[in-house]
Design a protein around this ligand. Structure first.
Ligand code: FMN
Ligand code: SF4
Length: 395
């Protein structure tokens, strides 16, 4: 059996294989962040693929932390049954699931939240450039309150029966704002780049129990050097791994970038598939004593298998590929590699629509996001015909 299909453990949590469905905000939640039938049915369908782990989308833990109109929230006990609906849809298909807990900090969208922006330090906002988008530095008391509320959200996730949580520590959101010299200019103890994340992990473990698995979505490189700006680079991030493990992190989900360098997160079709894992992430294998998830335009089953087989990464995460073909793992297990419908990295159906604040779709999978509709798929023609399609492009 190929190594990618072998079980692996994240702390106490055993996964049946090493294929991970990565978190994807889809704008399917309702206007206050409660899960919707569209969202639940879409998770149920994707879970059918037989992933080892499903990481449910970035979920804001405070109303001032949202970035998109249809994001899921986890900020009141009243959300418990709605969160559990998502868990049950995934568990029904025999798949374990984690939820990603998030606050956008300076990257919150004021159009969405209608609330003042807070961050470790005053900073500009990529969503709302100009003075109106400037975030305010939190006071020390507010930072402590933020920690308490983060832990409450993690405890709620456990109560909703998620098998693990993922702390969103990358892509320029709040936790990584504390970790980056680009965004953290504080003079108190939270000016120490690891003070906030390590304290958060310790508190989560204390409240939820040492055996409740914590995955940390981790910035290897913010790539801000590309813009001539200081930020987290590979040398700095390597020094973060050990203290975070000591604080209690059970697994790292490796990532890159901030909103300023978003192409290094959602890699466009000009990026070589799997190159980020080989170039940026593989060195972390030597440092980390806990398992690592890697991602980066992996849309080819054979490439996914090779990355694990060669020991470049422990688990392969797929973001867009789970939309293009939710059944990817199952087809791989059956050896049907060429039946996998590959993501073409066009970003037209998914990330473009996300940033346009409308619902996410997929250019190569009409059914994505349509699972809740009464009919599933395009209507069948009454009289079938043979047609030749010439030059349809991505369509
Ligand atoms: C529509 C869309 C939504 C995303 N939402 C999230 C999210 O909620 N949390 C997160 O950490 N990353 C998010 N990402 C990034 C993905 O998790 C993933 O890291 C990225 O797409 C690269 O992996 P891929 O090349 O396999 O797609 C999103 C990406 C897309 C395209
Ligand atoms: S819309 Fe394009 S980039 Fe997005 S998942 Fe579908 S094929 Fe991939």
């Amino acid at each position: 059996m190929a190594k990618i299909f072998e079980p692996i453990k994240i702390g106490t949590l055993e996964l049946k294989n090493r294929l991970v469905a990565l978190p994807l905000v889809q704008n399917y939640a309702d206007k206050e962040g409660y899960s919707s039938p569209q969202m639940i049915e879409c998770y149920r369908k994707r879970a059918e693929g037989g992933w080892g782990l499903f990481i449910v989308e970035a979920t804001f833990m405070r109303p001032d932390g949202g970035a998109f109109f249809g994001m899921q929230g986890i900020y009141t006990d009243r959300m418990l049954p709605y969160l559990n609906d998502v868990v049950e849809a995934i568990h029904e298909k025999g798949v374990k699931c984690a939820i990603q807990i998030q606050h956008s900090g300076r990257q919150a969208n004021p159009r969405v939240t209608k609330l003042p922006l807070v961050a470790p330090s005053a900073h500009s906002n990529p969503f709302a450039p100009g003075p109106a988008g400037e975030s305010r530095a939190m006071t020390r008391k507010e930072v402590l309150q933020m920690l308490d509320q983060y832990v409450e959200a993690v405890a709620l996730a456990k109560e909703a029966r998620f098998d693990a949580v993922e702390l969103h520590g990358t892509h320029g959101f709040l936790i990584s704002q504390f970790m980056s010299p680009f965004t953290n200019k504080r003079k108190d103890e939270f000016g120490e780049l690891l003070a906030f994340p390590t304290e958060l992990v310790r508190r989560c473990k204390k409240v939820c129990g040492a055996d409740y698995p914590i995955i940390f979505r981790f910035t290897c490189d913010e790539k801000l050097w590309v813009l001539g700006l200081p930020g987290i680079d590979l040398e700095l991030s390597k020094t973060f791994i050990r203290p975070l493990i000591e604080a209690g992190v059970d697994c790292f989900d490796l990532a890159n970038s901030t909103f300023e360098t978003c192409d290094y997160n959602i890699e466009t079709l000009y990026f070589t598939p799997g190159a980020t894992i080989r170039n940026d992430f593989a060195p972390f294998k030597k440092i980390s004593t806990v398992p690592l998830i890697g991602r980066g335009r992996v849309n080819d089953p054979r490439l996914a298998m090779k990355l694990v087989e060669d020991g470049q990464i422990d688990m392969v995460g797929m973001g867009r590929q789970q939309m293009a073909d939710p059944l990817t793992p199952r087809k791989m297990m059956e050896g049907r590699y060429d039946d996998v419908r590959r993501c073409i990295a066009c970003d037209i159906g998914c990330s473009q629509r996300l940033f346009d604040q409308v619902r996410v779709r997929c250019a190569v999978n009409y059914n994505h996001g349509m699972e809740y509709r009464e009919y599933y798929g395009p209507p069948k023609v009454q009289t079938p015909k043979r047609v030749l399609v010439v030059g349809a492009g991505p369509g």
